[in-house]
Design a protein around this ligand. Structure first.
Ligand code: BGC
Length: 364
C-alpha cells in the first residue's frame, strides 16, 4: 500500500513537473518571446571552428549586421581542437550575459542539449544556424540552405561532369562525406545518393572501393588532411593497378582541393570532383578546369535572413519559416527556413557570382 501511494505520488509529481515545464517552455507559450525584448538586447552567435570560409565570413557579417540593426552582439568561434567544450562554455557565457537570442552553428550536433536547455530556461530563443542541433526539444528554429538539395546537386554534377568527359559508362567513382558529428554530413550524402543510387544499381556507375556507407566515407572534423590521406590510400589500393578513377563526390571545397592534391601527387589524371561553399581557391580551380563544381550558398543571404528572424523575435513576432517537415532532430521537427543552393561549374560561374564583389573578378 505504501509502495502504491509512493508510486501515485511519484506519478503526480511527474505530471505536475511536466505541466510546469510545458507552461514555461511550450512553443506557443513562450511568454517572454511573445512580448519581444529590448531593441538593443544582446544576441549571442556561437559558431564552430573555422573549417571553411563560410564560417569566417559569417562571423564578420553577424557582428556588423547585428550592430547595424541596433543590437549588441557576442560572436564566438569554437577553437581548433577542443571544439565541443569551447562551444558549450561560450553558450553558457552568453546565457549568463543575458542574451535574448542565441544563434548556434553547432560544432557537434548532439552535444549541446544541456546548454540549449539552460538557454530556454533563461528565456532566450535558440536558432540553429546552418547545422541542426539534435536530440533536444530546446531548439526553436533552424535556418540553412536546403542541405538535401545541396547533396542532390552534387550527385547530379558528378554524373554530368563524367558524361561530358566520357560519353558512355561505366564510370568509376569514390564517395566522400563530411564530419559525422555535423548533422549536415548525412543529409548531404543522402541527397547525393538519391541521385547516384539508380546509376549504381544499373551498373552505369561503380564505386571502385565498394565503400558506399556514410561511415566508410566520413571525414572527421571536416579536415583536409583526413580526406587527403583517405584518397592517398584509395589510390594506393583500388587504383594501384592503373584502374581509371572518373569521379569523386566531395562534400565541400576544402575536401575537394585535398582530394585533387592527393590525385596530383600520385601522378594520376584528375577525375571530376564536386564541392561546396564557393571558396576563393576552389573558384580559381574551377576556372582553371581542375575542380569541376561547387555550390553557391551565399553566406550574406543566410546571415541576413537570420538577422530578419532576430528582428521578428525582438518585436514579439514569429519568424517566417518555409519548412515544417524535413528536420526531425530526434525529439521534435524543428521549424525551418531553407534557402535554395545553386550549383556552379565553369559554365555558369560568371552569372552565379555576378553580384559577389570577391568572386566575380575571378570568373572574368
Ligand atoms: C556546412 C558546409 C561546410 C562544412 C564544413 C557544413 O555544416 O554546411 O557549408 O563546408 O560544414 O565547414
Amino acid at each position: 500500500m505504501r509502495r502504491l501511494t509512493a508510486a501515485v505520488a511519484a506519478a503526480l509529481l511527474v505530471v505536475s513537473a511536466a505541466a510546469c515545464s510545458s507552461e514555461r517552455e511550450g512553443p506557443d507559450n513562450t511568454a517572454d518571446t511573445a512580448k519581444g525584448f529590448a531593441a538593443d538586447a544582446l544576441i549571442g552567435v556561437a559558431l564552430p571552428s573555422k573549417t571553411s570560409e563560410n564560417w569566417v565570413l559569417a562571423g564578420d557579417l553577424f557582428t556588423n549586421g547585428l550592430t547595424e540593426a541596433g543590437f549588441q552582439s557576442d560572436v564566438q568561434y569554437a577553437g581548433a581542437s577542443t571544439t565541443v567544450a569551447d562551444q558549450q562554455a561560450q553558450i553558457t557565457a552568453m546565457i549568463t550575459k543575458g542574451a535574448k537570442v542565441i544563434v548556434i552553428g553547432a560544432t557537434d550536433a548532439a552535444q549541446l542539449s544541456t546548454q540549449v536547455a539552460q538557454a530556454k530556461q533563461s528565456g532566450a530563443v535558440v536558432i540553429a544556424y546552418d547545422r541542426l542541433i539534435t536530440n533536444t526539444p530546446d531548439v526553436d528554429y533552424y535556418i540553412a540552405f536546403d542541405n538535401f538539395e545541396v547533396g542532390r546537386l552534387q550527385g547530379q554534377a558528378l554524373l554530368d561532369g563524367m558524361k561530358a568527359k566520357k560519353a558512355t559508362g561505366p564510370w568509376t567513382i569514390e564517395l566522400f562525406s563530411g564530419s559525422p558529428d555535423d548533422n549536415n554530413s548525412g543529409v548531404f550524402f543522402n541527397g547525393a545518393m538519391d541521385v547516384l543510387k539508380p546509376a549504381i544499381a544499373s551498373g552505369d556507375v561503380v564505386v571502385g572501393s565498394g565503400q558506399t556507407e556514410v561511415k566508410q566515407t566520413a571525414t572527421q572534423g571536416w579536415k583536409a588532411e583526413n580526406a587527403q590521406s583517405r584518397m592517398d590510400s584509395l589510390l594506393n589500393s583500388t587504383y594501384a593497378g592503373g584502374k581509371t578513377l572518373d569521379g569523386v563526390l566531395s562534400p565541400n571545397d576544402t575536401l575537394a582541393r585535398a582530394i585533387i592534391t592527393s590525385v596530383k601527387s600520385a601522378g594520376k589524371p584528375l577525375p571530376i570532383v564536386t564541392g561546396q561553399d564557393s571558396e576563393v581557391e576552389s573558384v580559381k580551380s574551377i576556372m582553371a578546369g581542375e575542380q569541376y563544381s561547387t555550390i553557391n550558398k551565399d553566406t550574406r543571404k543566410l546571415v541576413a535572413e537570420t538577422i530578419t528572424m532576430v528582428k521578428a523575435l525582438q518585436t514579439g513576432g514569429t519568424p517566417t519559416v518555409n519548412d515544417t517537415k524535413s528536420y526531425d532532430n530526434g525529439v521534435k521537427v524543428v521549424p525551418a527556413y531553407l534557402l535554395p543552393p545553386v550549383i556552379v561549374t565553369k559554365a555558369n560561374a560568371a552569372e552565379a557570382y555576378a553580384n559577389d564583389p570577391k568572386l566575380a573578378p575571378l570568373t572574368k
